[in-house]
Design a protein around this ligand. Structure first.
Ligand code: AMP
Length: 224
């Protein structure tokens, strides 16, 4: 058996998201910046962007799809715009919103694309979390400074993250037949997370439906 993975993971509640976005909106308002248009970076920026629109009374919400982090805790080398578009934003003040600025590449490519192809008057960026130790850009607005790199498990990503974290654990011994109880214990060691057994069972069922695991009786093995 190989080593279990080790990663700092922070589960986030919906209330945390609402709190951070309210604070973020207050900072934007206090700065005097008055965006006409919000652009959400898909997919992580959707909920924060919608809340910022609510708190700042902004009607125009667009989205741009950036591909970078393809799996929980794992990214491709360069971020890119998956469906490049041109919209006329002449004379508009734009706010680009994402959940977290990690390497910052998503913000950088989104900003460059909007500036180059949409001709806005001004562009600023906002995120809830910012990881200064790794980010190549500092967002214009943020509320939560992350000191030690952490994977934020946002509520809109819970199933996807749990499936991926389970696969990482099982990958430490790819031939093994894993009981949900063993995966539950491994979650404590690998991620310091105490997850209810019922949730682990649900996630392993879901991972099977998604084609990542095969079920044998009450145990599961990684599909090769
Ligand atoms: P980046 O381009 O590295 O700044 O990453 C941007 C996107 O990847 C974010 O919008 C998130 O959806 C996702 N992501 C990157 N790092 C993390 C993290 N530490 N925790 C949660 N999501 C992340």
């Amino acid at each position: 058996m190989g080593e279990l993975p080790s990663m700092k993971v922070k589960p986030v509640k919906w209330e945390d998201v609402a709190y951070w976005c309210k604070l973020l909106s207050k900072r934007i308002r206090d700065s005097g910046y008055r965006p006409d248009v919000v652009i959400a970076i898909a997919r992580g920026g959707f909920v924060p962007a919608r809340l910022v629109c609510d708190y700042l009374n902004i009607v125009d919400l667009l989205s741009i799809k950036v591909e970078h982090w393809i799996e929980t805790g794992k990214h491709i080398e360069r971020a890119y715009i998956k469906y490049p578009f041109k919209v006329d934003l002449t004379g508009k003040r734009v706010l680009i919103v994402d959940d977290i600025c990690d390497t910052g590449e998503s913000l950088i490519v989104a900003r460059e694309h909007v500036e180059e192809h949409c001709k806005p008057l001004e562009v600023k960026t906002a995120t809830m979390q910012h990881i200064p130790s790794v980010a190549k850009i500092e967002p214009d607005f943020y509320v939560d400074v992350v000191k030690e790199w952490t994977w934020y498990m946002y509520p809109w990503n819970y199933t996807e993250d749990m499936v991926n974290l389970t696969r990482k654990i099982m990958n430490s011994d790819p031939q093994k037949q894993w009981a949900p109880e063993e995966v539950k214990e491994a979650f404590k060691i690998a991620y310091n997370l105490d997850v209810p057994l019922e949730t682990i069972k649900e996630v392993m069922e879901e991972a099977t439906l998604r084609g990542f695991l095969e079920k044998n009786g009450s145990k599961y093995k990684l599909k090769t």
